[in-house]
Write a protein that binds this ligand. Structure first.
Ligand SMILES: Nc1ncnc2c1ncn2[C@@H]1O[C@H](COP(=O)(O)OP(=O)(O)OP(=O)(O)O)[C@@H](O)[C@H]1O
Ligand SMILES: [Mg+2]
Length: 350
């Protein structure tokens, strides 16, 4: 059989996922690229590159080409997408795939254009750019096209996106450049200030995942946690290990977490009253890696009094949503703009 392998891509600040029609999610890689400094050649992409983050000799640089949800390094993003698209499309790469790719809802026209351009340069035949909260809601199984409001809060690595969706459109939304990366940075700053200890991003992320929480952990079989971490003492310059507790990490996360809560409030305040009523009934759905932070659902519930649910597989929702759009691409072809129409005639014939 010979057919085009269309793919959906969640190009995330922390993770990039690829969904293939008929196969589901086939690639999940950290958005990290290791580059040879001398030659600018890409050494490796994804998990392999993340493993050496902060541990490379001077000749190799590890780059995270996205920051705060948008492309920070154009060329490296192209290299990364090229690698992933090639892996996904395999032998059928001669026929370039159509790609559905997501951008945060708060991006500028230029940033959106940049995503389209890099995807084309990375080998896509046709690119459809959709908004991340819409993809997240679709992937979480919310009834986005019905005349009832769904509220989604997607907490990623670089951005948190809050949106109320009804009848296939975004009715109210807020996108902030606060997410897992800011949580990690807050932990680094806390440890530096309170322990005089310098730790790297991978260590901060490990602390967050292993003992991080948004609300006190005392009750219902939960108890406060602690972890031993190593870093470099700023005064002596020597390696040192310390024990940090979940209470301390919670204190470190207070500011970025309250920014997320504020974004939810902001969006609720701008939601038309009849749709607000739907949200009281149907609640708020959390997606993205940040939805896995202990007690974040309880924090948002306490702050809003709304029911809060964590989506199943919150890290996958955006990619699955992009895939659902892909499945409907043929049906939607009429609705796409002229520049989206596939250029079958320009395919090389041999
Ligand atoms: N169990 C966990 N607890 C807390 N945070 C977590 C957990 N698992 C993953 N994360 C965080 O989730 C973030 C990655 O989430 P996700 O893959 O949704 O982001 P992304 O889509 O790449 O980013 P963005 O959408 O902002 O561009 C990282 O910051 C990671 O540290
Ligand atoms: Mg994301």
């Amino acid at each position: 059989m010979f057919f085009t392998r269309d793919i959906g891509i969640d190009l995330g600040t922390a993770n990039t996922l690829v969904y293939m029609k008929g196969h589901g999610i086939i690639i999940r890689e950290p958005s990290v690229v290791a580059v040879d400094v001398q030659t600018d050649k890409v050494r490796c992409v994804g998990e392999e590159a993340k493993a050496v983050l902060g541990r490379t000799p001077d000749s190799v640089a590890t780059v995270r080409p996205l920051r705060d949800g948008v492309i920070a390094d154009f060329d490296i993003t192209i290299s990364m997408l090229e690698d992933l698209i090639r892996r996904a499309a395999g032998n059928s790469f001669l026929i370039r795939p159509r790609v559905v790719i997501c951008v945060p809802s708060g991006v500028t026209g230029v940033e959106r254009r940049a995503v389209r351009d890099v995807t084309e340069q990375a080998g896509a035949r046709k690119v459809l750019v959709i908004e991340e909260p819409m993809a997240a809601a679709l992937g979480a199984g919310l009834p986005v096209s019905e005349p009832t409001a769904s509220m989604i809060v997607d907490i990623g690595g670089g951005t948190s996106e809050v949106a109320v969706i009804s009848l296939g459109g975004i009715v109210a939304s807020r996108s902030i450049r606060v997410g897992g990366d800011k949580f990690d940075a807050a932990i680094i700053a806390y440890v530096r200030k309170n322990f005089n200890l310098l730790i790297g991003e991978p260590t901060a992320e490990r602390i967050k995942i292993e003992i991080g929480s948004a609300v006190p952990l005392n009750g219902d079989g939960e108890s406060e946690l602690s972890i031993e971490v190593k870093g470099r003492n700023l005064l002596s310059g020597l390696p040192q290990s310390i024990t940090i507790t979940s209470q301390q990490v919670r204190q470190a996360l207070q500011d970025p977490l309250s920014e997320v809560v504020d974004a939810v409030h902001y969006t609720l305040e701008r939601t038309p009253p009849d749709l607000s009523a739907d949200i009281i009934d149907r609640g708020i759905t959390l997606t993205g890696g940040g939805a896995l932070l202990r007690g974040i659902d309880r924090l948002i519930h306490h702050a809003t009094s709304m029911p809060v649910h964590i989506a199943e597989n919150p890290l996958d929702c955006v990619a699955v949503g992009a895939g659902l759009v892909l499945d409907n691409l043929d049906a939607m072809a009429d609705a796409l703009s002229e520049e989206d129409v596939p250029r079958y005639n320009s395919e090389p014939t041999g």
